[in-house]
Design a protein around this ligand. Structure first.
Ligand code: ADP
Length: 619
């Protein structure tokens, strides 16, 4: 399964890539945060300034107070120290809150952008991508962007500026000693670059494993009925356990690699501090130099150690954030397919005649699914498509909605090629009732209104009455305002179907696409659904993937598909007239079941093999 078309993990980041991703993030968002950034940077400057001051002040502390015993200066010097620390505390608070606010806003912004992009991407993208995994990965990635930015800012502004201030103090107090202390720089930089490279690969793997894990958990809980029915609990627990262990090990590996910096930098720092103390101790003890400057120097050195180490760590941490930021941009940069062609016009539907002209299509170039298919769904009439599972019925319905682009031929609605009109107007002219009724987070009213956002409450209720849904909706605790979806009431399969039919009615679209449900409904529910459908079909061009005999028999026109080819078309009577027709053969084999057209021996349905008999008058 392609994972967001992510480049292989060992791919090396180009030099300057951190800079380029950061630049892009700043270019896209920086302007709006300018005020906050200025505030944050000011706070950071105060933090680093006061830190340098604390180091510098050690020299007067030691020389004036301890060596010269100037009691009169104690109050002034201590006062300065207290004020410096208070300022530092306030500035630290200010910068932390400001940066957090920027970061949270940035997360929100990328979440919006990503969702918007997901809504733009074609159905093909979601065919290739597992939704649970995608959600988990996006979550991790978006946080990565925030970390990248706040880390850059914190490290550059606070630590780098602090470090420069402290090095300034060191050089001012003792240039020679400073030079020797700075010798630990090069080995530290080498270590960091080395670790960065290793971390880049592990992080990408870790994001992928984590999102697989969370995705797998989501899938398992969503499919809990199947899990229980097939007693898959133990096997799934075992499999998830493997992923958990894998994720744990990966996280440990990241910790081991990134924390490796600490022992190395501590060791280097130990040498530096010991060396400085040895040399300056010698000068104080043997040459009798005043200790103030050395004290100030050592304080600066010790204080410099933390920001220096953080700066090195930030390089390593940035690597992880960078991987995430890149993954987000890979998603954001995907070109949505099935864009409107330049100069696309609005579809104008007069009668609603749908014509398929010599249609050829395959999901992959090697495997054509539909071949040279031509037929017309007459305006205002019902056209039933029958065929074995895999014959291409759902594909046909998807193509009419332009979920995919054709390989050959065309589809026309009232003589207008659907690839030349706007997707918005095309889909606005079509109401689709899927096999699996899907309800979204929100109330029943919201769910019906998704059919047409401008629908009034009255429209919604009228549609619900027509869809035979009004009475059960009114029996819900809050009627039309009862929440459904994950956190709402549970509706039965038949009820959900009727809500989704009401959604289609409210749409007032001239073309209706109907994928008849194959899931088992009791006869009563089935009859209500059937009654609802009759309403919605009235006066509309209806194309139905027929699984019920009653639908097929009552259809104005029947199209029989076999392996992506149209093999027969006509009415029930005309097709039955030829005893050798595929349609007639199907009737003999399938009898009253009438779920689809099949090869003699093959079972027809993979989804629901044990369908109850159809609701239909004739058989
Ligand atoms: P039907 O609705 O008649 O059962 P479909 O249109 O779903 O048939 O499928 C027709 C063929 O296309 C099948 O061979 C199926 O495996 C293939 N197919 C369907 N959807 C996809 C997809 N998203 N990607 C690749 N192949 C697909």
């Amino acid at each position: 399964m392609p994972e967001l078309r992510i480049p292989p993990p060992d791919q090396k980041a180009r030099p300057g890539e951190i800079a380029s991703v950061v630049r892009r993030i700043i270019a896209e968002n920086g302007r709006d945060y300018r005020g906050s950034y200025v505030l944050a940077v000011l706070c950071l400057l105060v933090v680093s300034g006061t830190t340098a001051l604390t180091a510098w002040i050690m020299s007067p502390v030691v020389n004036r107070i301890f060596v010269e015993r100037r009691a009169d200066l104690v109050a002034a010097i201590c006062g300065v120290i207290v004020v410096a620390f208070i300022l530092r505390g306030l500035a630290t608070y200010g910068q932390a809150v400001t940066l957090a606010r920027i970061g949270n806003n940035l997360v929100a912004r990328y979440q919006r952008r990503v969702f918007e992009q997901l809504m733009k991407l074609g159905v093909d993208f979601f065919n290739d991508t597992r939704s649970g995994r995608l959600a988990a990965q996006i979550n991790e990635n978006v946080n990565g962007i925030r970390d990248l930015l706040s880390m850059t800012l914190t490290s550059l502004a606070r630590d780098a500026v602090t470090l420069i201030g402290l090095i300034g103090v060191m050089v001012y107090q003792d240039p020679l000693l400073s030079l020797s202390a700075l010798l630990i720089g090069p080995p530290l930089i080498y270590t960091v670059t080395h670790l960065q490279r290793r971390l880049r690969r592990i992080t990408r793997e870790s994001v992928q494993i984590n999102s697989r894990l969370i995705g797998a958990m989501q899938e398992a809980t969503q499919g809990i009925a199947i899990v229980k029915a097939f007693t898959m609990e133990d096997e799934l627990t075992r499999r998830i356990g493997v992923l958990v262990t894998d994720a744990e090990q990966r996280a440990n590996k990241i910790a081991r690699v990134s924390e490796r910096l600490s022992p190395i930098s501590d060791m280097l720092a130990g040498f530096a501090v010991a060396g400085v103390i040895a040399y300056s101790g010698y000068r104080a003890a043997v040459l009798g130099e005043p200790p103030g400057e050395v004290f100030s120097f050592i304080t600066a050195l010790l204080l410099a150690y933390d920001p220096a180490r953080r700066l090195a760590r930030v390089q390593v941490g940035m690597e992880r954030a960078l991987v995430n930021a890149r993954m987000i941009y890979e998603l954001l940069d995907l070109e949505p397919k099935q864009r409107d062609v330049p100069g696309a016009v609005e579809l104008r539907v007069s009668t609603g005649e749908v014509r398929f002209n010599d249609l050829t299509f395959g999901y992959t170039p090697e495997a054509p699914v539909l071949r040279n298919l031509s037929f017309t769904a007459a305006a205002g009439k019902m056209t039933a498509i029958v065929g074995a599972s895999g014959a291409g019925k759902s594909t046909l319905v998807a193509l009419l909605q332009r979920f995919y682009d054709l390989d050959g031929g065309s589809i026309e609605i009232d003589g207008q090629d659907i690839s030349k009109v706007t997707k918005q107007s095309l889909r606005g002219s079509i109401a689709y009732v899927s096999q699996q009724p899907y309800l979204f987070e929100g109330t029943i009213r919201d769910n019906i209104r998704y059919g047409r956002l401008s629908a009034t409450d009255r429209d919604i209720e009228v549609a619900a009455v027509q869809a035979a849904a009004d009475d059960f909706i009114r029996q819900q605790p809050e009627g039309y305002d009862t929440p459904v979806g994950e956190n709402g009431v549970t509706l039965s399969g038949g009820q959900r179907q009727r809500v989704s039919i009401a959604r289609a009615i409210v749409r007032r679209a001239p073309v209706l696409l109907l994928d008849e449900a194959t899931s088992a409904l009791d006869n009563e529910a089935e009859a209500r659904v059937q009654q609802a459908l009759t309403h919605v079909m009235e006066g509309r061009t209806t194309i139905v993937i027929a699984h019920r005999l009653s639908t097929v028999v009552n259809a104005d026109h029947i199209v029989v598909l076999e392996e992506g080819r149209l093999v027969e078309e006509g009415t029930h009577a005309s097709l039955m007239a030829d005893p050798h027709s595929a349609y007639a053969r199907f009737h003999r084999v399938q009898g009253a079941k009438g779920l689809g057209l099949v090869d003699d021996a093959k079972p027809i349905q993979t989804e629901a093999p044990d369908e109850p008999a159809t609701v239909g008058s004739s058989s």
